[in-house]
Design a protein around this ligand. Structure first.
Ligand SMILES: C=CC1=C(C)c2cc3[nH]c(cc4nc(cc5[nH]c(cc1n2)c(C)c5CCC(=O)O)C(CCC(=O)O)=C4C)c(C)c3C=C
Ligand SMILES: [Fe+2]
Length: 458
């Protein structure tokens, strides 16, 4: 898939290949310091600096990392409790933001869909049939392209994802600079420019020594974060420089206080805009995955439910006691996806007499086709037709300052735990060692593929 994506990319002259949001490589020093930590450090024979910190127990939660300035530069940090980190004196720190990518023009839609359906984490064929992956992806993408193009045409002729992700990358870089923690931030998209492979090339050219991988998906799914990690793993495995790099992966972060509070802020603000705020149903709409993914061990559903619980708890602590619901949107093809389905629930709610509804997109942190077209146009119309009179939609987090600050803190916390690459760093949820999970994935992956191919809905 990695090479197919690049081949596809090579055939499209209009695309801009740049993947780094920073202009020059960095030359940092990581120096120990002490504030609320007791820190001991000593030079070692191999030129690294061994740092042993003990964290003040009172500040453990969400205070697991701190940055410090020193006369000659920057920083010391620590994770939980008492740990020893061996930090090189000269470090170049990079942050790789992973995202899905989206077609920038209508012309890009079919090749973008090809990349998506050629991904074995989206459609998984049994090994003897893997040779069919690309022809199948080609057929499905050609069949689906007209419907997808209509959607992208309705939001201005392309996906805003690249621009919005670049804005988040810049905001994150600035937030980290303000915390005296300068880094290079890179954007790596899974299915369109700038591809993850290109970002990795740039990271190598910049001689980054420590990398924090931060998927812009709050929740882990095999189909999103898992798929991007598989690409990175393949690139790392084949490159001697990269395979020695120290890497830390933030697999999911929906449970972070900063994210939960930022979501609660947006929801509370929009609930209060309604004429009768107390009667508003808070309606979380998450991107679905095929139900078979959950059977195969995808933690996405559990994480989503946990996330909604945390956000509602936060709202309750602020005196917001509205009813809420979670449903799943954006299913593709006729196989069963996570239920309940957003479109069906909206009709039922209208019929049951719900009058005011606030839609909250929750699986993704920037606006995209499924917020701008599916929710704002299709679902809004459906809800109003079904009897819901007052409709609202919470914006995606985008560059909300409290959210970006929290991402920056997550990065700082992750740096000390970076370690040299091993396969196990990547794919614990993806592993195919469990024959039961593997068999289920194979079976349902194939069913999804052929259902998509045969479906009129494509
Ligand atoms: C957490 C987010 C997402 C999950 C999980 C996810 C799974 C998933 N998606 C498809 C098929 C398609 N997704 C499409 C677009 C799309 N998907 C996400 C996010 C998740 N997908 C986003 C943010 C976007 C929009 C990108 C943009 O351009 O703005 C599309 C293309 C659009 C369309 O035709 O509807 C398809 C197709 C599957 C099959 C899947 C899980 C197996
Ligand atoms: Fe999707």
């Amino acid at each position: 898939m990695a090479s197919s994506a690049l081949r596809m990319a090579a055939s499209l002259p209009s695309a801009n290949r740049s993947s780094s949001s920073s202009s020059s490589p960095l030359d940092h020093r990581i120096l120990p310091s002490s504030t609320r930590f007791s820190s001991n450090f000593a030079s070692t024979s191999d030129g690294t600096l061994a740092v042993s910190h003990t964290l003040d127990p009172a500040s453990k939660r969400n205070a697991v990392a701190r940055t410090f300035c020193s006369g000659s530069g920057t920083y010391a940090f620590v994770r939980d409790g008492s740990e020893t980190h061996s930090l090189e004196k000269e470090e170049r720190i990079g942050v790789l933001l992973l995202n899905l990518g989206g077609p920038e023009t209508l012309h890009d839609v079919q090749p973008f869909l090809f990349n998506l359906f050629a991904d074995p984490d989206i459609i998984r064929l049994p090994r003897p049939f893997r040779f069919l992956q690309r022809p199948l992806a080609k057929m499905i993408s050609v069949l689906r392209a007209p419907k997808s193009k209509e959607g992208y045409a309705a939001i201005g002729g392309g996906s805003p994802l690249r621009k919005l992700t670049d804005e988040q990358a810049n905001a994150l870089k600035m937030a980290l600079e303000e915390m005296n923690f300068p880094v290079s931030v890179y954007v790596g998209m899974r299915y369109w420019y700038p591809f993850t492979e290109e970002a990795m090339e740039q990271i190598k050219r910049d001689r980054i020594t420590r990398l924090v991988v931060l998927p812009l998906y709050p929740h882990y799914s095999i189909s999103t974060t898992g798929s991007s990690l598989r690409v990175i793993e393949n690139v790392f495995r084949e490159d001697s420089y990269l395979s020695r790099m120290h890497v830390s992966i933030i697999r999911s972060w929906y449970q972070r206080d900063g994210y939960v509070k930022s979501m609660a802020d947006l929801i509370q603000k929009d609930v209060e805009k309604f004429a009768n705020p107390e009667e508003v149903l808070i309606f979380f709409s998450a991107h679905g995955v095929p139900a078979s993914y959950i059977t195969a061990g995808d933690p996405y559903k559990d994480q989503m439910e946990d996330c909604i619980h945390l956000i509602m708890q936060e709202l309750k602590s602020r005196g917001v006691h509205n009813d809420h619901m979670l449903a799943y949107q954006s299913r593709v093809g006729p196989v069963q996806w996570l239920k309940p389905y957003t479109d069906e629930v909206l009709v039922e709610l209208g019929q049951k007499g719900v009058k005011s509804l606030l839609a909250v997109p929750v699986s993704f942190v920037s606006e995209h086709i499924e917020t701008l077209e599916e929710i704002d146009m299709e679902y809004r119309e459906l809800a109003l037709e079904s009897g819901i009179e007052n409709w609202g939609r919470v914006p995606a987090l985008g560059c909300t300052p409290s959210f970006i600050t929290d991402l920056a803190e997550a990065v700082i916390e992750a740096v000390p735990s970076a370690s040299a690459m091993t396969t196990s760093i990547f794919n614990s949820e993806n592993n195919e060692d469990n024959p039961f999970n593997y068999a289920i994935k194979m079976l349902f992956g194939s069913i999804l593929a052929f259902a998509l191919l045969l479906s009129q809905k494509c």
